[in-house]
Design a protein around this ligand. Structure first.
Ligand code: PMV
Length: 330
């Protein structure tokens, strides 16, 4: 069974878990799903003759850490299949990203959304989108959102078993055709610390983290309203402050977590200047757990944003994405 899923970029960030085993977040989050330039295509076949799972990522064998993460996820699928009296054994998994890993854009979101879709279908489980989103969440929190296209909200849920913690679409991709995400690539280095480990550290050590949780709900309500109204100006400042807020609690963790580099800081300055020159926001930056910027803007300002970014020393290149679709089966 082959499934494809695209990466997403959060504008209200998921940072911190309330349950690590079930991957339940400490707050709800909102993202835009990217277009097919940032995509993972995954094939999963369960095979009676296999003695263990066989996993290939981007035409190479996996590292032990990657292998463990994939097989642990397949265990979740196997246990769901068992509840339905379906006998499945080991799987052959072949997964490919449409973007080079060296671009520093590798995404667990597209990876686990595609894996969840392909594996659950191959196991004979007919999951609806909400159930699929809850399953993808077990591999990587942000993957819960990549099941859907357009603007997506992952509701944190309240139940202990996580059954109400899944994503939903806020607005379909075709509703906001002018929205652009200019990705400014300035580093292709692997991150020193993975996001799951880093967010555990923040929850444990950051004194600012509880304050962030208190304010994130208000910001989310504002962004949700602006997204539904396709009101760029209404969400731009909140997007930037949200990114700054997440990176502030990272820095407040101990030992400190620093994902941004000098070039990232230069990008932030440049975008603030650009907006000031207009007297209103025409671009909004956001950074996930890495130094590459995602700069949202409207199509008519795309070239100007690119020009502003190109002048920054150390910038490697830009890649412009539109808003894309959710999981699809081939
Ligand atoms: O899904 P994870 O475990 O890679 O965590 C994602 C965390 C951020 O990308 C920083 C924020 C988000 O909401 O996607």
């Amino acid at each position: 069974m082959i499934a494809k899923a695209n990466s997403n970029i959060a504008i209200i960030k998921y940072w911190g878990m309330r349950d690590e085993k079930l991957v339940l977040p400490a707050n709800s989050s909102v993202s835009f799903t990217m277009d097919d330039q940032l995509q993972t295509i995954t094939n999963v076949e369960f095979d009676e003759s296999l003695k263990k799972d066989d996993v290939t990522l981007d035409d190479r064998a996996t590292t032990p850490k990657e292998y463990e993460r994939v097989t642990k996820f397949l265990d979740v699928v196997r246990s769901m299949a068992k509840q339905k009296n379906k006998k499945i054994k080991f799987a052959c998994v072949v997964s490919r990203n449409s973007f080079p890993k060296a671009a520093g854009l590798a995404s667990s979101a597209s990876g686990f959304a595609a894996l969840a879709a392909a594996a659950s279908k191959a196991a004979g489980l007919e999951l609806d989108e909400k159930k699929l989103s809850a399953l993808a969440r077990r591999g990587s929190g942000s993957a819960a959102r990549s099941v859907f296209g357009g603007a997506v909200e992952w509701r944190m849920g309240n139940r202990k078993d996580g059954s109400d913690s899944y994503a939903e679409q806020l607005s379909p991709p075709e509703k906001w055709k002018e929205l652009r995400n200019v990705i400014a690539i300035n580093s292709s280095q692997e991150k020193k610390i993975g996001s799951m480990e880093a967010m555990k550290r923040t929850v444990k050590t950051s004194r600012l983290f509880p304050a962030r949780l208190k304010s994130v709900g208000e910001r989310l309500a504002l962004v949700r309203k602006a997204v539904r109204a396709h009101d760029f100006e209404g969400m731009a400042q909140a997007i930037m402050q949200e990114s700054d807020g997440m990176h502030a609690v990272m820095l407040d963790s101990w030992p400190p977590i620093v994902y941004l580099n000098q070039i990232s800081l230069g990008i932030m300055d440049r975008i603030v200047e650009l907006n000031e020159s207009y007297g209103r926001p025409v671009a909004a930056y956001t950074f996930d757990a890495g130094p590459n910027a995602h700069v949202f803007t409207i199509s008519k300002h795309e070239n100007e944003v690119k020009k502003a970014l190109a002048g920054i020393q150390g910038m490697e290149r830009t890649l412009t994405c539109r808003i894309g679709q959710g999981v699809r089966f081939l």
